[in-house]
Design a binder for this molecule. Sequence first.
Ligand SMILES: CC(C)(COP(=O)(O)OP(=O)(O)OC[C@H]1O[C@@H](n2cnc3c(N)ncnc32)[C@H](O)[C@@H]1OP(=O)(O)O)[C@@H](O)C(=O)NCCC(=O)NCCS
Length: 226
Amino acid sequence: MNLDKNSNIDAQYYENLSFVERKSVVFFGVQSASLGDFSEVALNLNYSPIYVDNLELKKEVSPNESLGISQLQDFHFQLPTVISIVTPDAREKATAHASKLGFQNFPAFISPSAIISSNAVIENGVFVNTAAIVGQSAHVSRNSVINRAANIGHHVSIGEFTHIAPSACILGFTSIGDRVFIGANSTILNNIKIGSGAVIGAGAVVLHDVLAGQTVVGNPARVIKG
Ligand SMILES: CC(C)(COP(=O)(O)OP(=O)(O)OC[C@H]1O[C@@H](n2cnc3c(N)ncnc32)[C@H](O)[C@@H]1OP(=O)(O)O)[C@@H](O)C(=O)NCCC(=O)NCCS
């Protein structure tokens, strides 16, 4: 087995390890601005990242060390694969693309500095970034992102491909749909329902339910779209 010389891991070192000893993770979606965050979490987990350029974009837009699709070896498809994109639509597209290519293993990817309650549920494909907190009986559905220092309260449920931006605070029993974007430093009060595809502006304080597809901003939050 031989890795391309452009890989970020040393081919000889890799050759000398059996499959189970390789603690590698594939990052799929290297054109994302959030790649640094994903790499930092990998470093903290002692994983060595392998960067895969999902669109086969060339050097101008992707790190030199990334592998193009055509350079992948069979074993890459079995490695834990993390979609290194946080925005809902792009993350969903990249996930579908990665699955279609044959990647099979999309575990939850959780920073060791995150605090996850013992009875919280984190589904496959979820990224929990540095210093985030997920409270008692919270449920985070597949492929969502809990970004830096976000605080997910007890019994909160979060749908699929939803992005909770840095330092957002979601209070107890609130329910958030699929493909929702919750802006940085916003606060969603307890027992609120946020419909699928809604957008919550940065710094918003949400006191009432938000319907699917609506955008709300400000304190108290008001609807500006939908
Ligand atoms: C909510 C948001 C998506 C709206 O974007 P948009 O649809 O392009 O909206 P616009 O910029 O055209 O603004 C529309 C109006 O809402 C206001 N507005 C926009 N975002 C606002 C916010 N976060 N708080 C208060 N008012 C806001 C604008 O001032 C404007 O008001 P006006 O019509 O009186 O001039 C965006 O402003 C936002 O807050 N994004 C979140 C960013 C973030 O948290 N990123 C995290 C990255 S990890």
